[in-house]
Design a protein around this ligand. Structure first.
Ligand SMILES: Nc1nc2c(ncn2[C@@H]2O[C@H](COP(=O)(O)OP(=O)(O)OP(=O)(O)O)[C@@H](O)[C@H]2O)c(=O)[nH]1
Ligand SMILES: Nc1nc2c(ncn2[C@@H]2O[C@H](COP(=O)(O)OP(=O)(O)OP(=O)(O)O)[C@@H](O)[C@H]2O)c(=O)[nH]1
Ligand SMILES: [Mg+2]
Ligand SMILES: [Mg+2]
Lengths: 291, 280
């Protein structure tokens, strides 16, 4: 584990003196290695190590704990500070439905997360409307309809038409049927697909969402910074949902996405069932990334 | 790459970062860069372009070989059975549509088996592809036992004198013991009907996946006889460098790459083109 590696790296650190850049270099190399193995983007890891170095240097070596543990605590606390806090906050609208837009790469878990979010909101006493705005993928509309049926939540869909107009009309439909939250499921898209990025931007422009969530797969590697920063540049993201955390991916993408967007990771997906959904806990994520 | 750059330690450090950025992982990147450094010390390079050629050759050697980028390995007597597996959302169903399209163009008679009986509208999704491509499909209702559907499909493949049976399975995380057991059962049931089958087991891997792909490859290989990787979504900005680690640690070759969402967006894996794209 990282704690054992750091304890070994710092075994020669005497227990009287300060932490210096020189005496923590080797230990921090171990941290960098752990972060890269955990899929944290290499630039994000570099910046992080620099900030940990700044935090650690000059500190008195605490005599009561082993030096390696002291560095682990600084690293852990910095990671938690970077990725936190827990923030499942949703900007509820006082008049008119609250609109939530789900966006992200293909297969990241958007449609399933729409279902989970609907279930979560029903528990909170809300009346959500699911909107099947993925008119691209075969049976995407049906997929959302099956989830809606299982939850007893209505699904708005149209037989033809483009997503921006569909979503606009869906909000009108929500008002007519007294639904107070509208969840927009969109097609997966590449951040380098100009036409599709323009399309989701148009959906956002027309519907003025109160929340725009980037749905990101926890097993994503170095590329997480590329897609996250591109979505962040095109859409006023308000949060991130990290899915498939029930696997054993270390989840460094969480750190990368937070670092490049500055947006809170609000929720996590913990399975395929619609109740496998929770608020994001940065302390648990920090331990998982460090490994 | 490195036009007008001086060949020095800075360039080599930057190269290591490029390899990591490509998802090769720190261990593989270090291993490759150590060889670059050794060659550099031995004055093997005259200019930065030599380093580029060295790296490309190294990567091509790591990923090449007779089983890489090959075709579906056809059975001695039809049907050839291809089992498609992988974690959730990696691109299995779409990749099957692509293979069905290639095979149909090659005048092969193709049958699809909708063995994802779990996920919402999974069967409908594959059924739409079967209609668009013009191939038949064996399916049951949601909740049916996937192994039973696989058995019926193998049966139908023989009865209808099909050339290739493509079996779609539900996405499953390799950490889910019971789901991995279910997959093992699907393979066993197919074997009951056709002892040499499945002739290919393709693990569909999302090119955006990081080092977890190695654990995926290892674990899937434990329950089914994975013969190769189908690297999907390579049309994005992710480089898919983790396939080198998989080749090193699990021995699996990349057979196909997915480069888009339509049935035509598939290519046979080309180690040269892959190595080239890594440095773009
Ligand atoms: N294990 C696990 N599987 C998940 C989770 N979230 C989604 N999935 C699965 O991941 C796969 C993809 O989910 P979808 O909801 O279809 O993903 P999507 O982003 O809507 O896909 P596209 O619309 O094609 O871009 C499905 O098999 C889901 O059941 C999760 O938190 N854990
Ligand atoms: N850009 C791109 N998208 C792809 C590619 N392959 C698949 N996709 C998309 O990825 C998403 C998921 O594809 P599926 O075929 O449903 O994935 P799956 O593995 O069958 O998903 P589950 O059955 O839910 O586990 C869909 O939106 C596909 O269109 C590819 O090569 N490139
Ligand atoms: Mg979807
Ligand atoms: Mg599928």
């Amino acid at each position: 584990s990282i704690t054992e590696k750091l304890t070994a790296a710092f075994s020669r650190l005497t227990s009287r003196g300060k932490l210096t850049e020189a005496n923590i270099q080797e230990g921090l190399r171990e941290v960098r290695q752990a972060l890269l193995e955990a899929d944290v983007n290499f630039k994000v890891a570099k910046d992080f190590i620099a900030s940990v170095t700044a935090k650690a240097v000059g500190k008195e070596v605490i005599e009561s704990i082993r030096p390696g543990q002291q560095i682990v605590k600084i690293v852990h606390d910095e990671l938690v500070a970077l990725m936190g806090p827990t923030d499942g906050y949703i900007h509820w609208q006082s008049s008119g439905p609250t609109v939530i837009l789900m966006a992200g790469l293909q297969g990241s878990g958007k449609t399933t997360t729409c279902g989970k979010l609907a279930k979560y909101l029903v528990k909170k006493g809300k009346r959500p409307l699911l909107v099947a705005a993925d008119v691209q993928r075969p049976a995407a509309i049906q997929q959302l309809q099956v989830l809606g049926k299982d939850l007893g939540v209505p699904v708005y869909a149209e037989p033809s038409g483009r997503p921006p107009k569909i979503c606009e009309r869906a909000i009108g439909h929500a008002k007519e049927t007294d639904r107070d939250v509208v969840i927009l499921d969109t097609a997966g898209r590449l951040h380098i697909d100009a036409a599709l990025m323009q399309e989701v931007k148009e959906v956002a422009d027309r519907t003025k969402p109160d929340e725009i969530f980037l749905v990101c797969d926890a097993m994503t590697g170095q590329d997480a910074v590329n897609s996250a920063s591109a979505f962040h540049a095109q859409l006023p993201l308000t949060g991130v949902v990290l899915t498939k955390l029930d696997g054993d991916a270390r989840g460094g993408a969480a750190m990368s996405v937070k670092a490049v967007t500055g947006k809170p990771i609000k929720f996590v997906g913990l399975g395929e069932k619609l109740d496998e959904f929770d608020e994001f806990h940065p302390d648990r994520m920090a331990s998982r990334i460090l490994g | 790459f490195a036009i007008g750059r001086k060949l020095d330690q800075d360039l080599i450090d930057e190269l290591e970062e490029k390899l990591i950025a490509a998802d090769m992982g720190p261990a593989t990147a270090t291993q490759i860069i150590d060889e670059v450094k050794a060659a550099y010390k031995a004055r093997a390079f005259k200019d930065p372009n030599d380093v580029y050629v060295f790296l490309k050759d190294k990567i091509r050697a790591l990923l090449g070989g007779p089983d890489a980028g090959g075709d579906i390995r056809f059975a001695a007597t039809p049907p050839t059975v291809v089992l498609v597996v992988g974690v959730n959302g990696s691109g299995k169903t779409t990749s099957i549509a692509k293979l069905a399209s290639i095979l149909t163009k090659e005048k092969k008679k193709v049958l699809l088996a909708a063995c994802d009986t779990f996920r919402a509208a999974a069967v409908e999704q594959l059924e739409i592809w079967s209609q668009r491509i013009g191939v038949e499909i064996i399916k049951a209702q949601t909740g049916a036992d996937p192994a039973a559907v696989a058995f019926d499909a193998a049966d139908a493949a023989v009865a209808r004198k099909v050339d290739v049976l493509l079996v779609d399975t539900a996405g499953r995380l390799h950490t889910k013991e019971n789901l991995m057991q279910e997959l093992g059962k699907i393979q066993r049931v197919i074997k009951k009907k056709l002892p040499d089958a499945p002739h290919e087991v393709l693990l569909v891997l999302d090119a955006t996946t990081g080092q977890n792909a190695i654990a995926q490859a290892k674990t899937f290989r434990e329950v089914v006889d994975v013969t190769g990787l189908f690297l999907a979504k390579l049309d994005g900005t992710a480089k898919g460098g983790v396939v080198i680690g998989i080749r090193n640690e699990v021995g699996l070759p990349v057979k196909f790459v997915g480069v888009g969402e339509t049935p035509d967006d598939v290519e046979r894996f080309d180690p040269d083109a892959f190595a080239e794209a890594l440095f773009e």
